[in-house]
Ligand binder design. Structure first.
Ligand SMILES: [Zn+2]
Length: 445
């Protein structure tokens, strides 16, 4: 009998490691101690081991937690608030509401709701971009999610203000460097919404701390045209002119790329985050993922915010990503189930500079893992596990979620926060938002 019990032992599961060889262990077990995967292999190997918590993984797949590589969690505040309109009027409708309602307290509440939804859907890591980053961090602390987060650099008024902003960003980064579950990054909204000075400052900070720099780029045709008329360059060309295309740069969307830009992103080692449902919903277009894949660009998958999706479900995102490019190219061989599942796990982790920690189930990596039930009618029979997960599984099939060695969802029950209380609070808040908007639109003198 082993005298050193594991913290968590998951037994009798089909283990989908998503390691370099895509190893699948048909009847396996995985042991966790503290926040690390300390062992995994065939079931028999663990016959005499004990654990503080044992999870029966029968008829389930044990796999890496999903990585939502781009979101704005607090935008659950505006889920369904501005549907069926293009990006620019959408922003014009959302931004005034954000000014009024995206307070630190509300951002924490709305992000908590978002993280509950994500955890229930098997997402163990999210990369967030929003105001009041400390409030989002707090939501991650209490729900148990792993978070990549930063203070978004926006334009400031005057030199003192700029210095103050830089100090705040540096303090945020230094406070969270080395944290086991909160990973700082540097962010700017986009090339069309911030000045060259802000972009340069963000770049300098990212290089100083060797952190990923995340920004939206080439999301819509209008954005590209705006930048062309302002600078004579596309967003990618503009970033290139600032020396901002290299490994560690993470570009979200990249829907409207010129052919030579695809090659350029590949050669420069820039990562791209694909958000197909947000791009479809806002009528922005479809990113050239088959060409980016062909050129070996590191790709992650993101839901974007709930106001432009409108859920935070990477299973739906995977399916959309796997289907949309086949339809457009009239070629069912492009963007395979395996490629999409990798985008939603190791690809996202790699884009965010976390692939040495998460994204696959391997000994020594952080214990971010989920179990997905294979028992429901829509998953019977089963021939190919990965196809099954991408084309047939649903977020409701997720049974257990472990993040950084902590059991966060156990047999469908969330262990970290009072979900009903958060939902009730958000309904109250939504009533205020709807009331304020209708008052403003229809009754303003
Ligand atoms: Zn976004």
């Amino acid at each position: 009998m082993n005298q050193q019990p594991y913290d968590i032992l998951i037994k009798s599961a089909t283990i989908l490691t998503l390691d370099a060889s895509n190893t699948i262990i048909p009847s396996g077990a995985m042991a966790i101690k503290n926040n690390v995967i300390v062992d995994l292999g065939p079931e028999e190997k663990f016959a005499h081991h004990q654990a503080k918590v044992t999870i029966d993984g029968s008829h389930q797949v044990l796999m890496p937690g999903l990585v939502n590589a781009h979101t704005h969690a607090a935008m659950t505040l505006f889920r369904g608030f501005a549907d069926d309109i293009p990006l620019e009027p959408w922003l014009n409708k959302i931004w005034p509401m954000e000014m009024r309602f995206a307070t630190p307290e509300n951002v924490q509440k709305a992000s908590t709701l978002a993280f509950i939804e994500m955890i229930r859907a098997g997402i163990t890591t999210a990369a967030d971009m929003y105001w009041h980053a400390d409030s989002t961090n707090e939501a991650a602390f209490i729900t148990g999610l792993r978070l990549v987060n930063g203070i978004g650099l926006i334009d400031t008024v005057g030199k003192a203000d700029a210095q103050n902003k830089e100090t705040l960003v540096r303090r945020f980064i230094e406070t969270h460097m080395g944290h086991s579950r909160i990973h700082p990054c540097v962010q700017v909204h986009s090339t069309y919404t911030v000045s060259q000075e802000s972009l340069k400052l963000a770049h300098r900070l990212a290089l100083d701390y060797r952190l990923p720099l995340i920004t939206h780029a080439s999301e819509t045709r209008t954005e590209v045209q705006t930048l062309l008329s302002r600078t004579g360059k596309t967003p990618i060309g503009y970033l290139e002119s600032l020396g901002m295309l290299h490994p560690g740069i993470v570009l979200v969307h990249c829907v409207h790329l010129q052919e030579d830009e695809i090659e350029q992103l590949s050669q420069k080692g820039v990562a791209v985050i694909h958000c197909p449902e947000s791009n479809l919903k806002l009528g922005s277009g479809v990113a050239p993922i088959p060409a980016l894949l062909k050129n070996g660009v590191t790709l992650g998958l993101g839901t974007d915010g709930a106001a432009s999706n409108n859920d935070l479900d990477l299973w739906g995102e995977m399916r959309t990503a796997a289907l949309i490019h086949k339809g457009i190219s009239e070629d069912p061989t492009v963007v395979t189930a395996t490629e999409v599942l990798r985008m939603a796990t190791l690809g996202g982790a790699r884009a965010l500079g976390l692939d040495h920690l998460i994204g696959s189930l391997e000994i020594g990596k952080r214990a971010d893992a989920i179990t997905v039930s294979l028992s429901s009618a829509h998953l019977v029979p089963q021939y190919d596990l990965i196809s099954h997960l991408v084309y047939a599984a649903k977020s409701s099939d997720v049974r257990n979620v472990i993040i950084d060695g902590n059991l966060v969802l156990h047999e469908g029950t969330l262990l970290t926060v009072d979900e009903e209380r958060i939902k009730t609070e958000m309904k109250v808040l939504a009533t205020k938002i709807a009331g304020f908007y209708s008052d403003r639109v229809y009754h303003q003198p």
